[in-house]
Design a protein around this ligand. Structure first.
Ligand SMILES: [Zn+2]
Length: 458
């Protein structure tokens, strides 16, 4: 390794003007954090694992001191050497109970503020939990660290497409000079644009506004949910992304369908996914050499794989458990996050750290069969838009042999449309399913903010 910053453009007045000082506190703190995260995640493995073990003991001690719930789960066993696998698994139900009855486990006297959050409900009813100010700072620093760890060109712009609950005009835009946080005062980057979208559907007007906004400037790094890219692709040629100089697509949130992977491959735009969750932040970052392999963010979480009995299309996968080492407000220890995957000891690329692959996304996005088999259901808005017009849709597995499809923005559907949707769903899900197709002027999403296209309710 050579510490050579020649290829990072610095602001000419970036260094500190104070005596006996090199950098001002804020950019210095961010740079220091990034270096520490890179050290932990790319440095010597046994040093990282030792640090994780010490951090785990710290967290357990805190949880037992502050929480009856955790005291009754962990008991008084010695916490100087912890066998993580001997602790009970934390389900969403457990989490709901702990957070509701005990609130945040950080107090005002700790001097760390907490925030009250809820999952967006992609797996059903949202779950409330608490995060600390440290978690927010970590999440920002870790997302930035990824650019340095991979050695990406930081002179590119950044465009982040975010979905919000409601906006009168359907879209709003915030522009910033840099996307490096406080480090942007020191290192030059491209500009940062955040595009907020109102509950985005297949509405062509919103799509057009989004495409117009994206093409106003060079895009650079595109952070966008696959659902939105999929919806755009049903009305626009994705070639505009190449013309607007998209350097990389960083998808998040939803499953990434093969047709989008192919489309980006044809455009020669690389894709680099993050595997993260609202509850714990980053869990893994996609390897630049091995598509679909995620290097675990060992500075944030310990990942375990249990119950490897699930067979998805011939691949044996298990449940992912996540222990969030900085979860002092609401502890996440052996948390069943609801995803299925495989886990390597190290990545085939040579990275010496745990690596997740065959990630099957949310458990609830997998079809469950009577005989215990699981199969992923990949249906996109583009697929359905080719059959019928709609503003939004929802597919639910309501029983082992039953799927309900709701077509939003329609008060009725023709017999031909119903027949075509039924045939299409049977092709994707299996002939054994009975399919009910319903026209639905407005879909009742309940409390869920995420509005997943598919949900298994069995
Ligand atoms: Zn790798």
């Amino acid at each position: 390794m050579t510490l050579d910053f020649a290829r990072y453009p610095l602001h000419s007045a970036g260094f500190s003007g104070k005596p006996m000082t090199f950098m001002d506190p804020e950019p210095k703190a961010m740079l220091s954090t990034i270096m520490q995260l890179a050290l932990l995640e790319t440095g010597n493995r046994s040093a990282c694992e030792h640090w994780q073990q010490v951090q785990l003991c710290n967290l357990l001690k805190h949880a037992v001191q502050r929480s009856d719930f955790w005291r009754s789960r962990i008991g008084s066993r010695s916490r100087s050497e912890v066998d993580l696998a001997s602790l009970p698994i934390l389900t969403r139900q457990d989490l709901r109970q702990q957070a509701a009855s005990e609130g945040p486990l950080l107090r005002r006297s700790d001097g760390i503020s907490t925030d009250d959050l809820a999952t967006s409900g992609s797996s059903g009813v949202p779950v409330r939990f608490f995060i600390s100010e440290f978690n927010s700072r970590y999440n920002l620093a870790r997302s930035i660290a990824e650019y340095f760890i991979e050695g990406r060109d930081i002179s590119h712009n950044h465009a982040h497409v975010k979905q919000t609950v409601y906006l009168k005009d359907g879209i709003s835009v915030e522009n910033h000079k840099s996307w490096l946080g406080s480090l942007g005062l020191f290192i030059k980057t491209g500009t940062s644009k955040q595009i907020n979208l109102s509950a985005f559907t297949t509405d062509i007007d919103n799509c057009r506004k989004l495409v117009e906004e994206l093409t106003k400037d060079e895009i650079g790094y595109l952070l966008c949910n696959p659902k939105h890219v999929d919806v755009i692709s049903s009305s626009f040629d994705l070639g505009f992304l190449k013309t607007a100089k998209t350097a990389m697509w960083i998808p998040f949130g939803e499953h990434l369908d093969n047709h989008l992977i192919d489309a980006f491959s044809n455009l020669s735009i690389p894709i680099r996914g993050h595997y993260s969750a609202e509850e714990v932040g980053m869990i893994g970052a996609e390897c630049r050499k091995m598509l679909g392999h995620y290097h675990v963010a060992t500075s944030n979480v310990i990942v375990e794989l249990v119950d490897r009995s699930y067979d998805i299309e011939g691949v044996q996968v298990g449940k992912i458990l996540v222990t969030h080492l900085h979860s002092y407000a609401t502890p996440f220890i052996r948390y069943d996050i609801g995803d299925l995957a495989c886990l390597h000891e190290r990545c085939p690329c040579g990275h010496d750290g745990p690596t997740i692959y065959n990630l099957q996304g949310r458990f609830s996005r997998v079809l469950k069969h009577q005989d215990g088999r699981l199969s992923p259901l990949h249906v996109t808005g583009t697929d359905l838009a080719a059959i019928a017009n709609f503003s939004e849709y929802r597919i639910r597995q309501t029983d082992f042999d039953r799927i309900v499809v709701e077509i939003g923005g329609r008060s009725e559907l023709s017999t031909d449309e119903i027949a075509a949707i039924t045939t299409f769903l049977k092709q994707r899900a299996g002939e054994e399913f009975s399919i009910e197709v319903k026209a639905c002027p407005q879909i009742d999403w309940g409390e869920s903010r995420k509005r997943p296209g598919f949900r298994c309710e069995v």
